[in-house]
Design a protein around this ligand. Structure first.
Ligand code: FPP
Length: 242
């Protein structure tokens, strides 16, 4: 099962408490740890977290700097924990606009966790789905200029390449967005073609284990009719939901 989360509401969480927005991001990072570890224990195959969109570069410089620092710190401090739990880390999105320091942390984290066979954790940084689709389409045209036809699986391979994504990340089954907003915000538009959407009123820092659990329960209750039946639950997932 592939779960993707648009983690929204850090800023409002902080403002409601009279704190600077960056305090909301710090608290949000703690919610990331709890969610990652819960999902891994529950047997989720892939978890993709939307940490920074290409549009987020329009935020005040001080907030961008705080977020970039948090990502670096997260990779530095969490990679060891991830490896201990056999979680493979992969940062997806553009890399040409990230600092050298952050790039080094990303490469190190991916290298150290490359052989982990448990959950696949993908963190989207400087990510825009429209950009990725456009770039993949341009590559498809270069690879195959005569014949306009390209198989979906080949296009997905190009998308993964553009995104710096591991090639084995499949389509999203469940997309959760917190923060009481009901938009996709340019997040995995191709990969979410058949995703079930769940919108939570919780601000991201308040999104806890019970909320994740409730979302997965709701997902299991949905009738997914894309030509087949939902895959059976693994024993670990059954136990989690009981
Ligand atoms: C959206 O809330 C959140 C972000 C743009 C940043 C997400 C970052 C984190 C959860 C913290 C660190 C992440 C990792 C992977 C370590 P917002 O700021 O748009 O909130 P608002 O809508 O209330 O303003």
């Amino acid at each position: 099962m592939h779960i993707a989360i648009i983690m929204d509401g850090n800023g409002r969480w902080a403002t409601q408490r009279g704190l600077p927005r960056t305090a909301g991001h710090v608290e949000g990072a703690k919610a990331v740890r709890a969610t990652v570890e819960t999902a891994a224990r529950a047997g989720v195959d892939t978890l993709t977290l939307y940490a920074f969109s290409a549009a987020n570069w329009r935020r005040p410089q001080v907030e961008i700097a705080a977020l970039m620092k948090l990502f670096g710190q997260y990779l530095f401090s969490e990679t060891r924990r991830c490896v201990e739990q056999s979680i493979r880390v992969n940062v997806i999105g553009r890399r040409d606009r990230l600092s050298d320091n952050l790039l080094r942390s990303i490469e190190q984290s991916e290298r150290l966790s490359a052989s982990c066979t448990g959950m696949h954790l993908r963190v989207a940084v400087d990510y825009s789905s429209q950009y990725s689709i456009l770039k993949a389409a341009q590559r498809a045209d270069r690879v195959n200029p005569q014949d306009g036809d390209i198989a979906p699986a080949d296009f997905e391979r190009l998308l993964h390449e553009v995104d710096h994504s591991a090639a084995d990340a499949g389509p999203v089954d469940l997309l959760i967005r917190t923060g009481n907003e009901r938009r996709l915000s340019d997040f995995m538009l191709w990969e979410c073609a058949y995703a079930e959407l769940i919108f939570s009123p919780r601000m991201w820092p308040d999104f806890g284990v019970d909320d994740l659990h409730a979302a997965v329960r709701e997902f299991r209750g949905r009738d997914r009719r894309f030509g087949a039946v939902a895959p059976p639950l693994t024993r670990r997932q059954e136990a989690w939901l009981d």
